[in-house]
Design a protein around this ligand. Structure first.
Ligand code: SF4
Ligand code: SF4
Length: 615
């Protein structure tokens, strides 16, 4: 921030120094008198601050070396010499700028003109002190030397920029302007080609460098190599072979090598198997932490999805994903279970006696309802997660919602299918579900699954509006329709884990917290990484079937964060988070000391049932 602000302040002065080189009496229009003096003071301090920042940055690069600057051997080589050279060049510009200001003031003083004082304790102020006893001709020469050196450094930097990391100073302006604004979305297979014309696209995804969009190439040039993305990437944290920073650096190095400024392109090569490894591309959970952290809005998810599309198009699918993808194609769920079993959790006799869930499959005789509860695969089929389905149904029933589920005609939302690059399969699932949703006659959709929520909200079109159950509960709590019993054990300390597809991708941070805070006696603490900095628990959907190489599980890192925060109950609002976290509690050896519960389950447990009559 200081460097950036310093550059802004110094930009005008740099041009004025260049013009002073050819016109000795040049003054910046509008900056004469006291305005000019205030500007001079500001620039003296700006040059000093930027110089000090360069020294600090060089010390960090050369002496302290924060871990995130390191370049693991698997990712190639870093560019420390380039970084140090640039720091030195900018430092030289700051020194010559300050020296020029000091010499200019010393000349004017010795010539008998009234000169405004230079900024106290600035570099210019210190240089002027050393020049007071120097002879006038020598100061003239030093002033000229400073001017020439400053101008040379400036012009050199301008010409050198496109050849290295400094290019980001120029490209990032455009990169930020053209950044994607819609969160939670995935770019189409080909911009400008509608889904109905995709059969005319000969090759899906990115296979060679030239397949990247111009925006993604601009991303490569705009990276400042700061390492924030990789520092916050959960895959990188747990030792998976993925560091988003190096997705960019390797792409940029490739473009410099294969498209030299002088000479011809030396042809392209496949990216996966060339500069990227298969495991690297499959290791991403699409959690969005890298994009949230990047100060220059470099995009990763779309690039990774496009690289996956390219691999899928070539039939290059990891062994462990082949079975669930086939099952999704044939049975509409990754577990290969029969469609007629999809609603078993809801139609079981004991449950129907307490909560009559309608089946909105458009068949005569089955009911109609304004609200459709879209259950999705994991809550429908996983024995443990069915409890979240029952809790969600109980809550909707409690608040007097007329609702139903699609039952056997529902298929997987396809959220992860799309993010794993299987666009054609996703389109088939979407087409089927869109038809089923429309046939149900529902006017709105509720789901307990953030992945389904994200898919229905961003990947589907022309369907009723969708809400996550946490939004519904929060609203009904505020309306007084939901009241809670106090928590049974006051010893429990709760913490809320933000699911990536509810938080970062859809900005729903407060509703679940407000629900928890409405439960009397519930003690809640925040983990060190929460809200937009939440740490992915391991990813959902097909990620559950993929076994990457890693040193430890993301979920284990997450439950340790909860323990460090002093919590012994982790509340999630996503069935996939529940799978990962409950598993991680066992792996971390915290069984008996820590538990996990879904928000809907907790609400269902704490709700005051007989308040319904009082409403
Ligand atoms: S989306 Fe998440 S897992 Fe993927 S590269 Fe970014 S931070 Fe890492
Ligand atoms: S956070 Fe952005 S600028 Fe920094 S290394 Fe990552 S992609 Fe580059």
């Amino acid at each position: 921030m200081f460097i950036f602000a310093g550059f802004i302040v110094l930009a005008i002065r740099t041009f004025s120094v260049l013009i002073l080189g050819i016109s000795d009496n040049f003054g910046i229009p509008g900056l004469s008198g006291s305005a000019g003096h205030i500007y001079d003071i500001l620039t003296d301090y700006a040059a000093t601050v930027v110089f000090l920042c360069m020294v600090i940055a060089a010390v960090r690069r050369l002496v302290f070396k924060p871990a995130r600057y390191a370049v693991p051997a698997t990712y190639g080589k870093g560019h420390p010499a380039d970084a140090i050279f640039l720091l030195a060049l900018i430092a030289l510009m700051m020194v010559t700028d300050s020296f020029f200001a000091a010499a200019h003031a010393a000349v004017r003083t010795q010539e008998g003109f009234a000169v405004e004082p230079l900024a106290f304790l600035s570099l210019a102020w210190a240089f002027k002190k050393t020049l007071l006893s120097t002879s006038l001709p020598t100061i003239w020469n030093l002033r000229l030397g400073a001017c020439l050196l400053h101008a040379s450094a400036f012009y050199f930097l301008m010409c050198y920029r496109p050849f290295g990391i400094q290019f980001h100073v120029i490209t990032s302006i455009f990169n930020v302007y053209f950044a994607k604004l819609e969160r939670g979305t995935v770019k189409p297979v080909r911009w400008g080609v509608g889904d109905q014309h995709l059969d005319q696209v000969q090759s899906f995804g990115v296979k060679k460098f030239e397949d990247f969009t111009w925006k993604h190439m601009l991303d490569f040039y705009s990276c400042a190599d700061c390492g924030r993305c990789s520092d916050n990437c959960p895959a990188n944290t747990v030792g998976r072979p993925l560091s988003p920073r190096f997705i960019t650096i390797k792409g940029r190095d490739y473009s410099f090598q294969h498209y030299p400024v002088f000479g011809r392109s030396n042809g392209s090569m496949p990216l996966v198997g060339g500069i990227y490894s298969e495991d690297e591309i499959w290791s991403c959970t699409t959690c969005g932490a890298c994009e949230e952290e990047c100060p220059l809005l470099v995009e990763y998810i779309d690039k990774i999805v496009d690289l996956r599309r390219g691999m899928i198009d070539d039939g290059n699918v990891p062994q462990s994903l082949q079975k669930p993808l086939k099952a999704l194609e044939s049975r509409g769920n990754p577990y290969g279970k029969m469609a007629k079993k999809r609603a078993d959790w809801a139609t079981a006799k004991e449950f129907q006696e307490t909560c009559a869930v309608k089946i909105l499959d458009g068949k005569n005789g089955n009911g109609r309802a304004d609200t459709l509860y879209f259950v999705d695969s994991i809550t429908s089929y996983d024995d443990r997660m069915q409890s979240i389905g029952r809790a969600t149904a109980n809550i909707l029933d409690h608040v007097g919602e007329e609702f139903g589920i699609l039952g056997a005609v529902e298929k997987d939302s396809g959220h992860e299918v799309r993010r794993f690059g299987e666009e054609t399969l996703f389109m088939a699932l979407r087409e089927h579900n869109t038809g089923a949703i429309k046939a149900s006659g529902a006017k709105r959709i509720v789901t307990n699954d953030p992945h389904a929520y994200n898919a229905l909200k961003h990947d589907y079109e022309d369907i009723p509006p969708v809400e996550h159950i946490s939004q519904v509960i929060s609203r009904e709590v505020k309306a007084g329709k939901i009241k809670f019993h106090p928590v049974q054990s006051e010893k429990n300390v709760y913490t809320y884990h933000d699911p990536c597809y509810l938080g970062r991708h859809n900005q729903i941070y407060e509703d679940p917290r407000q629900v928890l805070d409405a439960i009397p006696g519930l003690k809640r603490v925040e983990m060190s990484r929460c809200r937009d900095r939440s740490f992915c628990c391991g990813g959902g959907g097909l990620m559950l079937f993929y076994e990457p190489k890693e040193d430890q599980r993301m979920g284990v890192v997450r439950v340790k964060m909860a323990a460090e925060a002093g919590a012994n109950v982790i509340v999630a609002a996503c069935p996939f988070c529940m799978v990962n976290i409950e598993d991680a509690i066992k792996v971390a050896g915290l069984e008996g000391k820590m538990t996990a519960i879904d928000l809907a389950e907790l609400v269902d447990k704490q709700i005051v049932r007989d308040s319904r009559t009082a409403m």
